[in-house]
Each structure stands twice: as C-alpha cells, then as structure tokens.
Design a protein around this ligand. Structure first.
Ligand SMILES: NC(=O)c1ccc[n+]([C@@H]2O[C@H](COP(=O)([O-])OP(=O)(O)OC[C@H]3O[C@@H](n4cnc5c(N)ncnc54)[C@H](OP(=O)(O)O)[C@@H]3O)[C@@H](O)[C@H]2O)c1
Length: 314
C-alpha cells in the first residue's frame, strides 16, 4: 500500500468514502478541495486538505509532489453541453497528467471514470468521461495507470439514487427507464475496496476495469424495487417521451435561472439505454477482489442508520 495518496474530488460522495477508508488504514491522504477549509467527514488526522482545482496547475503540483499514487475522483456530473464537462473531465485530466509527468518520481494514476464512457454518443457527460480515458491512454507515456468504470454507485452520502430509493420505500416505484433495461450497481464501500486493491497491486497497469456488486446479468428496475419494498403499491413508468420533455424543460429552466442541471436530455438518453451491465470478471481475477455487499444488505444498512445523512452538503 502506498504511504501518501493524492485524491481529487475529496469533498464528493465517492471521494469522501475513499479518503476515509485510506486514512483509517494508515495512509496519508492529500485531498484536493475547491472550497470549505474544513469538511465534516474529512477530519481524520491522516487527511490533509489542499485548496485548489483541476484547473489550477499550481495547486496540482502541491497536491501531487511526493505522492506515490494519485486517485482522480473529481468529476463534473452536471451540465447541458459538452463545454460544461470539458474543464473538469477532459482538461482536468490533461492537467493532472502534465503535473504527474513533470515529477521525478511520478505517481501511479487511478482514474475514476464511469460505465457511461462505454457509450459516448449518448450524452455530453458520457463523451467527456470517454475523452478523459482517451487522454490517459494516449498521453500517460510511461506512467502506470488504471481506469475504473463504476456503474451507478449508492451508499451513505449519495444523493442521485437516494430520492428514488426513498420513494420506493414509501411504496411508490418511479421507473425512469425502459422495462427491458438492465443495469449494474455497486455499493460505495465495494468501490473503495477495489480502489485499495488497485493501489496494492503493484503489477497491474494500463488496464480498464468495470466493477459491480457481483449480481449476475444486471438488475431490472422491478428487481431493485422489489428489494427495496416487496409491498410496493404504485408503479409509475414514465414514458421516454415524457422523460425527454422533463429533461428539456429542466435544461431551459437551468438557462433561465443559471444553475447546472443534472437531469437533462443527455441523462434521459443514458436512462433509456437498455444495457448498463458491467463485466467485472477481469477486476475480480486480476485484483483478487470479491465484492462484499449485495444490494439487499447495502440498502438495509443505508436505511437502518443515520448513514443517509453523512455528507458535507446535507
Ligand atoms: N456517483 C455515481 O454513481 C458515479 C458512477 C460512475 C462514475 N462516477 C464518477 O465518480 C466521480 C465522483 O463522483 P461523485 O458521485 O462522488 O460526484 P460528486 O459528489 O459530485 O463529487 C464530485 C467531486 O469532484 C469535484 N470537482 C468537480 N470539478 C472539479 C474541478 N474542476 N476541480 C476540482 N474538483 C472538482 C467536486 O468538488 P466540489 O465539492 O467543490 O463541487 C466534488 O468533490 C466522478 O468522476 C463521476 O464521474 C460516479
């Protein structure tokens, strides 16, 4: 295991989980944050926060200098157009590579990409995540890198899936994708485990890993709703055209009121895609990793405690 790890996106849902797991394992974590001099949940003595951004080279030097590994977990997940995602997901990766390559002892790089990178034509987000991967593949030269493509991630601090989960708990299944759609899921703690395995595995390089919770052939919407609540009363299937209209309306509103939208026509295209099933065989084999948290257990844990609320932005 490396002794010092640089982590971007440390204030985010997945970044916080990584910072906590590593710091508790005795690793020194340097976390890049754009704001908040103190972030609740990142107070372990092994965590040092560095103010900066993927678009500020000076802060990236401070972050990376002397680190054995770099985990790039920063990402833009909101926006309408490609330009909204480029600064972080594309130019940000270029900047990180530039700083890594300038080090006398460059760190190994773990890039948190997304399964969305498999389908770049669906949305600007998906395109930008694939671009980030391409830059690493083409420009990392002699650097040691691993790209991880998670599917949808859930767990304490997540806000994207939580509203759907909470509705289903109350008896309302809000289905935002086609009936025949299949997708993988992963608990954030299984994702951080796989990242730790990548840090430990010295021989693995230049590889893209898809990772999931080990559920074979993916979940259907119905199967997830059933795990959440076997006594669901109302099942609302939103037709793709209506979803698209909602996405378009949100885009227009975001322009009028100047906010960065999560739910867009691009997100609808992702939701309507029928195959988001991961193939995690290579990750399990090469990293000798076994996911530990099946969906039922992950959800039980999430709803059985105050875990829902562990997040800086709550
Ligand atoms: N959550 C999922 O289901 C999922 C699935 C697949 C892949 N991923 C990928 O996992 C990564 C983390 O996602 P998440 O769910 O944890 O998202 P999140 O909670 O929105 O966190 C994103 C993080 O990136 C930081 N960030 C954004 N732009 C930055 C910039 N220009 N410079 C420095 N930091 C920047 C944010 O900082 P601020 O706090 O300052 O905004 C935040 O810490 C992303 O790359 C995402 O694409 C997530």
């Amino acid at each position: 295991m490396p002794s010092t790890v640089a982590l971007t996106g440390a204030s985010g849902f997945i970044g916080q989980a990584i910072a906590n797991q590593l710091s508790q394992a005795g690793v020194k974590v340097r976390g890049l944050v754009r704001t908040h001099p103190k972030i609740p949940g990142l107070e372990h003595p092994n965590i040092t926060l560095i103010n900066g951004s993927l678009n500020n080279l000076e802060s990236l030097h401070t972050l990376i200098q002397g680190c054995d590994s770099l985990i790039n977990c920063a990402g833009s997940i909101r926006g309408r157009r490609r330009e909204d995602f480029i600064a972080t997901n594309v130019q940000g990766v270029t900047n990180l590579l530039k700083v890594c390559l300038s080090q006398s002892f460059p760190p190994q790089i773990i890039q948190i990409s997304s399964l969305a990178a498999r389908e770049p034509s669906l949305s600007s987000y998906a395109w930008s995540k694939q671009e980030g991967e391409r830059i690493i593949q083409e420009q990392a030269d002699s650097l040691k890198w691993v790209i991880i493509r998670p599917p949808a991630v859930y767990g304490p601090g997540d806000k994207a899936l939580l509203p759907l989960f909470q509705l289903a708990k109350k008896g309302i299944a809000l289905q935002l994708g086609p009936h025949e759609g299949k997708f993988s899921l992963i608990h954030v703690s299984d994702l951080t485990d796989v990242i730790v395995r990548c840090l430990e595995a010295d021989t693995i390089r230049s590889t893209i890993f898809e990772v999931d919770d080990g559920f074979p052939n993916g979940y259907s919407w119905e199967s997830v709703f059933h795990v959440l609540n076997p006594h669901i009363k109302g099942h609302l299937r939103i037709p793709p055209k209506l979803l698209w209209l909602a996405g378009k309306s949100n885009e227009i509103l975001s322009q009028l009121f100047r906010y960065s939208p999560l739910f867009t026509t691009g997100k609808v295209a992702e939701l309507c895609h029928t195959n988001w099933v991961c193939d995690s065989l290579e990750a399990r084999k090469q990293l000798e990793w076994v996911p530990q948290i099946p969906l039922a257990e992950g959800l039980r844990h999430l709803f059985a405690s105050d875990n829902l609320m562990i997040s800086k932005k709550n």
